[in-house]
Design a protein around this ligand. Structure first.
Ligand SMILES: [Zn+2]
Length: 404
C-alpha cells in the first residue's frame, strides 16, 4: 500500500520559489475528487526536492495521501500543516486548469479551495529549510484526498500515526484565524404510507402529509447555542434541503423523502441526535399503514465508516501556543490584528482535534465565499502574506532562533 522514500536532512542550496507560480502549477494539475493521483505524486516530488522525508500513501486505489517532514532535534514534530488535495468538479468554470492572473488574483479551480494554502506551505518549507536554522522540533505537512466527499484521506490519519504538538488546517479563511468548526449530519427521513385514489383519501395514508408534519416538528425544535470564550456565539442549525413525494394530484402519495442538513456545535453528538430524531418519529409509527425510517445519507456517501463516524464539531482552546503563534505572525506580516472566529462551516480540523488530539487552527489564503463557485479566484496578496505567516508560525512553534 505504501511507498517510503527518504531524502537528505541537511539544508540544501535550494532554487528560489515563487509562491504565485507554485500555486499556478498546482491548479494546472487537475485533482477533482477521485482523481488526486497526479497531484499527490507531484507534491511528493516537490517536498522531496526540498530535502524532506516524504511518504506517499495509497488511501484509495490510485489516490495518495502525502506526508513531508523536516526534522528538528527532538523526535516529536512541533507543527503540522494539513491541506486537502482534491477540488470540486469543474461545473461551468472557464479555464479551470489554465490558471491566469487578473485583478490581483489567480483564477482557476482549486485556487482558493485549497491549492493556495498548499502553495503557501511549500513556500514556507522552502524558506525554513533554505534558512538553515536548526529547529528544536520538526515541521510536517500532510496532504489528504477526498475532503470534498467521504473524507477517506483524513479518516486514515490515525492509522498513519500522525503526530504533532500543534497544527494548522490550510483551508481558506481570508487570513482570519479559525478556532473551531461545526459538525454536520446529513440525514434522510423516509415516510411510507398507502396509496389510494385522490377522490377517496380516507382509504390511503398520505406520506407527504405525514412528511410535512414530521418536518414541521423537527424544524420547530429549539437547538443549542454554543458560546466560545471571547468569540461570537454559535447556533446549531437544521435545514430541510430537499423534499420528494407524490406522483399525481389525484393520488394519495405512498412515499415521501425528506433530506436534512443538521449542523452541530461542540458538545453535541451524532448518535444522540439521530437517536432523538428516531424517538420523535417513532410516535408516528403507531399510525396504521405508516412506516418511517431515519438514515444518515448524502448523495455522494456510499462508504459506511464515514456514516458511522460522522463529521464532528471541534474547537481549539484560545490559550494554545498555535493561536498565539498565528496571531503574532499575522500581526508581523500584515501590521494588523487578525480576526478570530468560529466557522459555521465544517472542516477537517475535526480529525486533527478529535482523532489525534492536536490543537489546531484554520488559517489560509483566499475568500472562502468563492469556494465551490465558478468565480473561484485567489487573492495574491493574501497568498504571499500567508506563506510568510506560515514560516513565522513554524519558527515560533518549532523553536527557530529568529522569527523575523
Ligand atoms: Zn476545502
Amino acid at each position: 500500500m505504501s511507498e517510503v522514500s527518504k531524502a537528505k536532512k541537511t539544508a540544501l542550496d535550494l532554487p528560489p520559489m515563487n509562491v504565485v507560480k507554485e500555486a499556478q502549477k498546482l491548479i494546472a494539475i487537475p485533482s477533482v475528487t477521485g482523481k488526486e493521483g497526479r497531484i499527490g505524486e507531484y507534491l511528493h516530488d516537490r517536498f522531496r526536492e526540498l530535502g524532506c522525508d516524504t511518504r506517499l500513501i495509497e488511501a484509495a486505489p490510485g489516490r495518495y495521501n502525502v506526508t513531508a517532514f523536516w526534522p528538528g532535534q527532538e523526535m516529536e514534530p512541533g507543527l503540522l500543516f494539513h491541506g486537502h488535495l482534491d477540488t470540486i468538479p469543474v461545473y461551468n468554470m472557464e479555464k479551470p486548469f489554465e490558471p491566469f492572473i487578473r485583478d490581483g488574483h489567480i483564477w482557476g479551480r482549486g485556487s482558493v479551495d485549497q491549492k493556495g494554502g498548499i502553495a503557501a506551505v511549500l513556500s514556507a518549507f522552502r524558506e525554513l529549510i533554505a534558512g538553515g536554522k536548526p529547529l528544536r522540533y520538526g515541521v510536517g505537512f500532510v496532504g489528504v484526498i477526498d475532503e470534498e466527499s467521504e473524507h477517506r484521506g483524513s479518516m486514515m490519519l490515525e492509522s498513519m500515526n500522525i503526530k504533532a504538538k500543534q497544527a494548522i488546517v490550510t483551508e481558506p479563511t481570508g487570513l482570519k484565524v479559525g478556532l473551531g468548526c461545526k459538525g454536520s449530519i446529513p440525514f434522510t427521513v423516509t415516510v411510507k404510507g398507502r396509496a389510494s385514489h385522490g377522490c377517496r383519501p380516507w382509504l390511503g395514508v398520505n406520506a407527504v402529509e405525514y412528511g410535512m408534519k414530521i418536518a414541521a416538528e423537527l424544524l420547530a425544535e429549539e437547538l443549542p447555542v454554543f458560546k466560545p470564550k471571547g468569540l461570537d456565539q454559535v447556533q446549531a442549525s437544521l435545514n430541510l434541503g430537499l423534499m420528494n413525494g407524490g406522483v399525481a394530484y389525484n393520488r394519495v402519495p405512498d412515499e415521501c423523502e425528506l433530506c436534512f442538513d443538521r449542523r452541530l456545535v461542540p458538545g453535541e453528538d451524532q448518535n444522540e441526535i439521530i437517536q432523538q430524531i428516531r424517538e420523535m418519529v417513532g410516535r408516528y409509527k403507531q399510525i396504521e399503514g405508516l412506516e418511517i425510517s431515519v438514515d444518515i445519507a448524502r448523495p455522494d456517501w456510499n462508504w459506511q465508516p464515514i456514516k458511522e463516524r460522522g463529521l464532528k464539531p471541534a474547537i481549539t482552546n484560545r490559550g494554545e501556543p498555535i493561536v498565539a503563534a498565528v496571531i503574532s505572525a499575522h500581526r508581523q506580516v500584515t501590521g494588523q490584528e487578525p480576526l478570530l472566529y468560529f466557522t459555521d462551516g465544517y472542516n477537517e480540523m475535526d480529525f486533527l482535534i478529535n482523532d489525534l488530539g492536536i490543537p489546531t487552527v484554520q488559517y489560509g489564503p483566499g475568500d472562502s465565499s468563492l469556494c465551490h463557485t465558478d468565480l473561484e479566484k485567489l487573492d495574491i496578496e493574501q497568498l504571499t502574506g500567508c506563506a510568510s505567516v506560515y514560516l513565522r508560525a513554524a519558527l515560533d512553534i518549532c523553536g527557530g532562533t529568529d522569527g523575523n
